[in-house]
Design a protein around this ligand. Structure first.
Ligand SMILES: CC(C)(COP(=O)(O)OP(=O)(O)OC[C@H]1O[C@@H](n2cnc3c(N)ncnc32)[C@H](O)[C@@H]1OP(=O)(O)O)[C@@H](O)C(=O)NCCC(=O)NCCS
Length: 148
């Protein structure tokens, strides 16, 4: 598996995974904007045959990092792809950001476990945050400890 910056050739496969995973998927235009933005990191996991297995996106504002989307194609789950993506994102950001944060559906135990495994803590909850279906979001944050 290789972790690489997303480029234009990846976007169709990412859109297919978005559509398979989310009831309100990002459009190709939104994905492309994230790829091009200077204040975003957008990385993907590609297998040895060149198939795109998963991706993670982050927007940063000053020293704050907001994870926008994380998904792994159904055929490639439970093989450490999301682990590898988050590990790479943390490596790329831990020196320059103070924290990474995200929202996750309260019922999404796979994702909640994934984030907890990487040190994210629940810091809040937003009622009725999601549509299709209506559901609360948990806010989870990973605080980077700064060396004095
Ligand atoms: C959540 C998701 C990204 C995990 O991807 P993945 O590549 O299968 O995850 P990994 O194999 O790297 O697993 C890493 C950790 O996540 C947790 N995890 C992943 N899938 C899980 C499942 N089905 N049940 C419980 N825990 C799970 C575990 O803690 C696991 O660590 P472990 O193997 O040491 O137990 C994937 O299930 C997915 O794309 N879901 C749909 C999209 C989504 O919900 N995205 C998150 C939106 S906030």
């Amino acid at each position: 598996m290789t972790i690489t910056d997303v480029n234009k050739a990846h976007l169709d496969e990412i859109a297919t995974i978005e559509n398979a995973c989310f009831s309100l998927p990002w459009t190709l235009e939104q994905l492309e904007a994230q790829m091009r933005a200077d204040n975003c990191i957008f990385i993907a996991a590609v297998n040895d045959d060149g198939a795109l297995m998963g991706y993670i996106g982050l927007m940063f504002v000053l020293d704050e990092g907001y994870i926008s989307n994380v998904a792994v194609a159904p055929d490639y789950r439970r093989r450490g792809v999301a682990d590898a993506l988050i590990t790479e994102l943390i490596e790329r950001t831990k020196k320059r950001l103070s924290f990474l944060t995200l929202e996750v559906r309260e019922s999404n135990l796979a994702a909640i476990r994934l984030y907890s495994k990487h040190g994210f803590e629940q810091v809040g909850k937003r009622k009725n945050y999601y549509d299709k279906p209506k559901e609360a979001a948990l806010l989870m944050t990973l605080f980077f400890k700064k060396e004095e």
